[in-house]
Ligand binder design. Structure first.
Ligand code: SF4
Length: 315
């Protein structure tokens, strides 16, 4: 069991400009032989080639708005400043946002335009800038943060991803991302391969969680309950996969921190292929209350102290 936060928590406001610029340059170069996520496709996205995420080096934003559906510590009173990137580096067959993540609905956006969106969300009173599905466009987003900060942005940056990251790339985000929010999908590789098309998911996500926690530590809240920095883990409980959930939670308690803030989500509904293809019959229903409570009980027994639970979504 581990706990605690890094001794110092630099943020993008304190990062030296030359360090920031070097990170941006390094990330942009990776579009030429892409290894921005755990797929490590090696394709030249600057030449128009695409890997599993199905997009070249043009970033598309599907929408951005103050989001009131996030955790209380993110949405506060004025919403989480959410910017949804089109496409995704995971291919979950149950994705509720499949029009965005699989079918690439969005408008092209430069880093300067994304920075403008962030500033607009800040002007609306949002409490953070929340990049959804950021990984495959890390270069754009890090540069956007740099531009926005120069223009006065002063909000925590949230990295809202699927956990299928590469620690080497996460290292480039150190001091830039304030809040890592991985949605840890699976506790075993067979399920990850079948339902999310993500080979070797478990080793990648566990290495990524360790690196995220090394950088930002446990989630920190200010006096009003808003998140200012740290690790916030989501786990969507899936039908017929209680053991997978238990493994995720045990790992967090034993190898990350018992103080990990974990949103144990109950809202699974079959969407996309999980709804339409008999091949995925075992995930074609919502979870039961018994499945949810078994996962929550296990989380408590494992020692996790900061569970975020919402049973209102159980049917
Ligand atoms: S970001 Fe896309 S192209 Fe790059 S490694 Fe991941 S899936 Fe492949």
């Amino acid at each position: 069991m581990k706990s605690g936060s890094p001794a110092t928590t630099a943020n993008a406001r304190s990062l030296r400009p030359e360090t920031f610029d070097a990170r941006i340059d390094d990330l942009w170069e990776r579009y030429e032989e892409c290894d921005l996520c755990a797929y490590d496709c090696g394709v030249d996205r600057t030449a128009g080639d695409v890997g599993t995420c199905q997009v070249d080096d043009t970033a598309y934003v599907s929408t951005y708005f103050p989001h009131f559906g996030e955790e209380d510590c993110l949405k506060g009173h004025n919403g989480s400043g959410t910017i949804f990137l089109a496409n995704c580096n995971m291919k979950c067959v149950f994705c509720q946002n499949f029009e965005t993540s699989h079918e690439a609905k969005g408008d092209p956006a430069t880093p300067a335009e994304i920075a403008e969106m962030a500033l607009e969300l800040e002007a609306k009173g949002c409490h953070n800038i929340n990049f959804v599905s950021p990984t495959h466009h890390s270069p754009h987003l890090v540069e956007a943060v740099r531009i926005a900060i120069e223009a006065g942005l002063d909000l925590p940056i949230v990295w809202n991803c699927g956990g299928y990251e590469r620690p080497e790339i996460l290292e480039r985000l150190e001091g830039i991302v304030d809040i890592y929010m991985p949605d840890v999908k699976w506790g075993n590789d067979a399920a990850a391969a079948r339902y999310s098309k993500a080979p070797n998911y478990w080793s990648n996500v566990t290495d990524s969680l360790r690196e995220m926690h090394r950088q930002v530590g446990d989630l920190r809240l200010d006096d009003t309950g808003l998140a200012t920095g740290g690790l916030l883990v989501r786990h969507l409980v899936m039908p017929n996969h209680v053991e997978s959930a238990k493994r995720v939670l045990s790992f967090l308690a034993e190898e990350v921190s018992e103080k990990t803030f974990v949103d144990v989500m109950a809202q699974y509904r079959p969407h996309y292929k999980a709804k339409s293809e008999p091949f995925y019959e075992e995930i074609s229903r919502p979870i039961t209350a018994a499945e949810y409570e078994a996962v929550v009980d296990h989380a408590r027994e494992a020692g996790l102290e900061r569970l975020y639970l919402d049973r209102s979504m159980l049917l």
